[in-house]
Design a protein around this ligand. Sequence first.
Ligand SMILES: Cc1cc2nc3c(=O)[nH]c(=O)nc-3n(C[C@H](O)[C@H](O)[C@H](O)COP(=O)(O)OP(=O)(O)OC[C@H]3O[C@@H](n4cnc5c(N)ncnc54)[C@H](O)[C@@H]3O)c2cc1C
Ligand SMILES: *[C@@H]1O[C@H](CO)[C@@H](O)[C@H](O)[C@H]1NC(C)=O
Ligand SMILES: *[C@@H]1O[C@H](CO)[C@@H](O)[C@H](O)[C@H]1NC(C)=O
Ligand SMILES: *[C@@H]1O[C@H](CO)[C@@H](O)[C@H](O)[C@H]1NC(C)=O
Ligand SMILES: *[C@@H]1O[C@H](CO)[C@@H](O)[C@H](O)[C@H]1NC(C)=O
Ligand SMILES: *[C@@H]1O[C@H](CO)[C@@H](O)[C@H](O)[C@H]1NC(C)=O
Ligand SMILES: *[C@@H]1O[C@H](CO)[C@@H](O)[C@H](O)[C@H]1NC(C)=O
Ligand SMILES: *[C@@H]1O[C@H](CO)[C@@H](O)[C@H](O)[C@H]1NC(C)=O
Ligand SMILES: *[C@@H]1O[C@H](CO)[C@@H](O)[C@H](O)[C@H]1NC(C)=O
Ligand SMILES: *[C@@H]1O[C@H](CO)[C@@H](O)[C@H](O)[C@H]1NC(C)=O
Length: 538
Amino acid sequence: MEKPNPLATISMASMLPFVIVLLLSHTSCASPTDSVYGAFVDCLRNNIHSPNISNIVFAQTNASYTSILRAYIRNARLNTTSAPKPLIIVTPLQEYHVQTAVICAKGIDIQLKIRSGGHDFEGLSYISDEPFIMLDMFNLRNITVDVQKGVAVVQAGATLGEVYYRIWEESDVHGFPAGVCPTVGVGGHFSGGGYGNMMRKYGLSIDHIIDAQIVDVKGRILNKETMGEDLFWAIRGGGGASFGVILSYTIKLVPVPEVVTVFRVEKTLDQNATDLVVQWQQVAPHTDERLFMRLQLRPVNSNVGGRHKTIRAEVVTLFLGGADDLVSLLDKEFSILGLNKENCIEMSWIESALWWASFRNGTHPNALLNRKLNSAKFLKRKSDYVKTPISRDGLEWIWRRMIELGETSIVFNPYGGRMNEISTNATAFPHRAGNLFKIEYSVNWDEPGYAADKNFTTQIRRLHSYMTPFVSKNPRRAFLNYRDLDIGINHHDNNSYHEGEVYGIKYFHNNFYTLVKIKTEVDPENYFRNEQSIPLKL
Ligand SMILES: Cc1cc2nc3c(=O)[nH]c(=O)nc-3n(C[C@H](O)[C@H](O)[C@H](O)COP(=O)(O)OP(=O)(O)OC[C@H]3O[C@@H](n4cnc5c(N)ncnc54)[C@H](O)[C@@H]3O)c2cc1C
Ligand SMILES: *[C@@H]1O[C@H](CO)[C@@H](O)[C@H](O)[C@H]1NC(C)=O
Ligand SMILES: *[C@@H]1O[C@H](CO)[C@@H](O)[C@H](O)[C@H]1NC(C)=O
Ligand SMILES: *[C@@H]1O[C@H](CO)[C@@H](O)[C@H](O)[C@H]1NC(C)=O
Ligand SMILES: *[C@@H]1O[C@H](CO)[C@@H](O)[C@H](O)[C@H]1NC(C)=O
Ligand SMILES: *[C@@H]1O[C@H](CO)[C@@H](O)[C@H](O)[C@H]1NC(C)=O
Ligand SMILES: *[C@@H]1O[C@H](CO)[C@@H](O)[C@H](O)[C@H]1NC(C)=O
Ligand SMILES: *[C@@H]1O[C@H](CO)[C@@H](O)[C@H](O)[C@H]1NC(C)=O
Ligand SMILES: *[C@@H]1O[C@H](CO)[C@@H](O)[C@H](O)[C@H]1NC(C)=O
Ligand SMILES: *[C@@H]1O[C@H](CO)[C@@H](O)[C@H](O)[C@H]1NC(C)=O
């Protein structure tokens, strides 16, 4: 059996042989890949007291390398032979394996990328232009729920579906506010903010995080007390990957009613969808905070008046209460919707998680445990924030542009409620009061290859550009969890601060400057970095 290793045993002396191996490799015929592998594995072997580490370290030549790499690729666009691959994949089974991997990778000066659920839209967790090792956290996924205390400890490699399921196993009246896609990983989702359909009632996932464990650049495991308030603040919305490897978050569960209500109502332009969207903007960000009405807008073929394109507006809702209350509320506030009781479905909170994830009625909650390995669509996402309602003329202009472009849809996620009550610097996530809704731009396609990629990424970029007059400005804002490399990237050979500021103020607004300060304190050599990480102070 492996026993936890005191990291003190990793000394400069124990690193020396690998440095020599690396130097020798320049004059020998060993490829650089082999020498990196040799140095890294020797270091691990010396520090992980196991007769066999081949179940946690994978070289590109090893049989299971490709299946492990692909398992958590969540964007087919990034699943190509030309995408840069990790030299080595490490799949820790114990927390101290993470500590060892950080120390050994840093010791041979190789970049480390960290992957939990792999849902990063740009694949920053498993692709890099620099040679790199990938730390894949999927084995570290314990979830310990303590209903008496109303808390749970969730390891970074768990998925949201697993979190919801484990809570449901213990209680019908507890839940947790996080994303709607069950396969999303805790490590990226929580550290980047994490929002879902209870956001107006409870805010974001990070608003309910009470502790965390992180492995820092020195290989130490720190918790809230030992990492200090600053770092604890940063890893609630600032992303994890700039600061270390998050092992777990401790979360406070929230109460959910025994009966919640969902509905989905759709209208096309011929059915006055524009009126619906005008009224939605007046209602959705201001109504009862138990009510989350997502608005999905997509170009579709019309089935009235011959073949032409129209826009379909779809309102997808969770209400933390019963159908009668919901119908009478929306009858008053959102008459254009024409909601009646037949549109509404009452169910338990866990059933609503299944419903939102498009599972059929009657699906057992254990479907939330399905990780759906190695399956992905081709996709691109972008984001925006809206602070003033878009006029009817503006909407009609947008519909024409969307119909011209053809495939890109937009989703309005209403803010307000609890989001307005939390100050912009309470956590690193800055988009609070003053935002009516967030836009998610979304395009999916099925054909591999450059032509389709170019086609669809061009159209989503155009729509984002067309939207400029209607959205936040100076800076135009973006949501970190909707990772988008178009808004700026960091070339590490350059002055990374100025490059970092470009995307940094979009994702974090003024919190960017605090994040830079914290980053400079906790990782002064910028070891934990990626294309959009927090840069060091000038
Ligand atoms: C289908 C789909 C649905 C989504 N739905 C929602 C939604 O409803 N709400 C929402 O808010 N977001 C949503 N997202 C976005 C999602 O929250 C982000 O992509 C999130 O970062 C994914 O986390 P992950 O662990 O799966 O991703 P990963 O790709 O593993 O990681 C994302 C980033 O976090 C870093 N990271 C991951 N794990 C760690 C760790 N343990 N320590 C330090 N850094 C780490 C990675 O290096 C990378 O930079 C969705 C994404 C997809 C693809
Ligand atoms: C080491 O682990 C691998 C993968 O789990 C296994 O195939 C192999 O038999 C093990 N070797 C030894 C010596 O235990
Ligand atoms: C994995 O690849 C390395 C490097 O090529 C090799 O030394 C090792 O024996 C391989 N391990 C297994 C289990 O195939
Ligand atoms: C990646 O591509 C391979 C080979 O084309 C395919 O078998 C696999 O399903 C793809 N995986 C993802 C996640 O797209
Ligand atoms: C996960 O939980 C099990 C059972 O409590 C425990 O044996 C195991 O060590 C835990 N794993 C990790 C990585 O913490
Ligand atoms: C659309 O609005 C017009 C004008 O208010 C109204 O006459 C018509 O009945 C509405 N159509 C639908 C399908 O609701
Ligand atoms: C699900 O189906 C059952 C019968 O199969 C039905 O009684 C119930 O009303 C349905 N629930 C929902 C939420 O549609
Ligand atoms: C947030 O900003 C206010 C006002 O500038 C300041 O007093 C407070 O200390 C800040 N809080 C944090 C957590 O940085
Ligand atoms: C480009 O996108 C349009 C839809 O917007 C589609 O009809 C067309 O087939 C696409 N072309 C390619 C090469 O993918
Ligand atoms: C440095 O930045 C410039 C422009 O910002 C870019 O053109 C160049 O490629 C970058 N250099 C490196 C080494 O990435």
